[in-house]
Design a protein around this ligand. Structure first.
Ligand code: FES
Ligand SMILES: [Fe+2]
Length: 433
């Protein structure tokens, strides 16, 4: 029987709690991640403190609250929040916890109200956050001061191009600084029409795998053809289109752990790349969209907006897939081996009903939780997690594709792994200090 033992180069340090879990030796062509980082609950606890208590996190899109008084209950990495457009039209993010004894103030997923009343002792808060009423206030005595009990907000809340974020670290950099170069790619999404809106409804699903595996997967161009063969076979059969491997793709590290991959896929982009799948009857409308983009942004930028698909990671857990539809996706760990995913579709406001229907159909076919790709991705991540039960014997995951190109400064492709390496390097800097 042949026994394959790791070569010395494969196993640089014994996996112990003092060694870095990210083995980053670019000069030697090695980049490996210790699989303990994907299974250990103590690592997940460290991530909570070092990442999710420190980074800016996505809450929602401003279009989800079209009317004054609209509210949504949102959970942002374990913290219950209320995302509320107050009576004066300002966006508010509150901790969803009554100032009296902490009960959830908002106990339904969504609604519209000028105020919310806590079900426990009926303290009532206005949409602008003040404690507006409570039963038998006199019973608290003359010194009771309602203004001490307004709803609290996360220390930082800000909006970029309609995307609302919060941060639980009062000392964090401001949102535009945090987003850095990722802003350019958010702009390419936000600029697709004068007004964008989140389509009603959302998808929520979960998987028995570590959240970082799905972050990696969301930026992974290498798996497209082998893992999603069913989808590409379907596309060929149904639409006669296929992913052309000769087309140039790109992968880019954007700093701060953010990253993007860019491809030119075979599918229609409802923003302004028509294919027969969008229907003859919609061609003129889509062509007009393209003309409008050209007027607003000139030929080069409008080509980028219309022709190129992109998957953007905003560190740590927001992914924007701008492909055949636009998916806003949050990847939330609930333990080291369990992840919850929420996703929304972002679309051109006012697009014809049939364009909207085709956009949603195309998106759901590929990226819906029951579509032809997402279940493959879930299965792959869960399969890795099961494989990690051998982590003691096989401790390292390889993430070195394109490392020579990275070293020499050559352009990188979507099937390279600079995008995952940049995530992991930032993860290491935060978690391991
Ligand atoms: S906990 Fe909300 S009113 Fe008492
Ligand atoms: Fe995939």
């Amino acid at each position: 029987m042949t026994q394959i033992m790791p070569s010395p180069a494969d196993a640089p340090t014994p996996a112990n709690e003092f060694a870095s879990m990210v083995d980053d030796r670019i000069e030697e062509g090695f980049f490996q991640v210790d699989r303990r980082s994907l299974v250990d609950e103590s690592v997940f606890e460290a991530e909570r403190r070092a990442i999710f208590d420190k980074c800016w996190l996505y809450v929602g899109h401003e279009s989800e609250l079209p009317n004054n008084g609209d509210y949504l209950a949102r959970e942002v990495v374990g913290r219950p929040l209320i995302f509320w457009r107050d009576v004066s039209g300002e966006l508010q993010v509150y901790l969803n916890s009554c100032r009296h004894r902490g009960a959830l103030l908002c106990r339904v997923p969504e609604g519209n109200a000028k105020g919310l009343s806590c079900f426990y002792h009926a303290w009532t808060y206005s949409s602008t956050g003040e404690l507006s009423a409570l039963p038998d206030e006199a019973g608290y005595g003359a010194e009771f001061d309602r203004t001490r009990f307004s709803l609290l907000s996360p220390p930082k809340v800000d909006v970029y191009r309609g995307f609302v974020f919060c941060c639980f670290d009062p000392d964090a950099v401001d949102l535009p600084t945090y987003l850095g170069q990722a802003r350019e790619y958010i702009d390419l999404v936000a600029d697709q029409s004068p007004e964008m809106e989140v389509v009603d409804g959302m998808h929520e699903y979960s998987m028995a795998a570590n959240w970082k595996l799905f972050v990696e997967n969301s930026l992974d161009g290498y798996h497209l053809l082998p893992l999603h063969r069913t989808y590409f076979d379907y596309l060929k059969e149904a639409e006669g289109s296929f992913l052309d491997p000769r087309k140039a793709t790109e992968a880019e590290a954007l700093g701060g752990g953010h990253a993007v991959i860019t491809v030119e896929g075979p599918w229609a982009r409802p923003v302004a790349r028509w294919t027969p799948a969008m229907g003859e009857e919609n061609k003129a409308w889509i062509d007009d969209q393209r003309k409008d983009l050209e007027q607003r942004f000139g030929p080069e930028r409008s080509r980028r907006i219309a022709e190129t698909d992109r998957n953007l990671l905003v560190f740590p857990n927001l992914v924007i897939n701008d492909i055949m539809g636009i998916v806003i996706r949050t990847i939330t760990p609930t333990s080291a081996g369990q992840t919850r995913i929420a996703q929304w579709s972002l679309a051109t406001k006012g697009e014809p009903e049939d364009v909207r229907a085709r956009r949603l159909d195309s998106y759901i076919t590929f990226q819906g939780p029951g579509g032809l790709a997402t279940p493959d991705d879930m299965e792959a991540c869960e399969s890795c997690q099961i494989g990690f039960q051998t982590a003691t014997e096989a401790p390292w995951s390889d993430i070195s594709r394109g490392i020579e190109k990275e070293r020499s400064g050559e352009p990188l492709a979507a099937s390279d792994e600079i995008q995952q390496r940049t995530f992991w390097r930032h993860w290491r800097d935060l978690v391991e200090g």
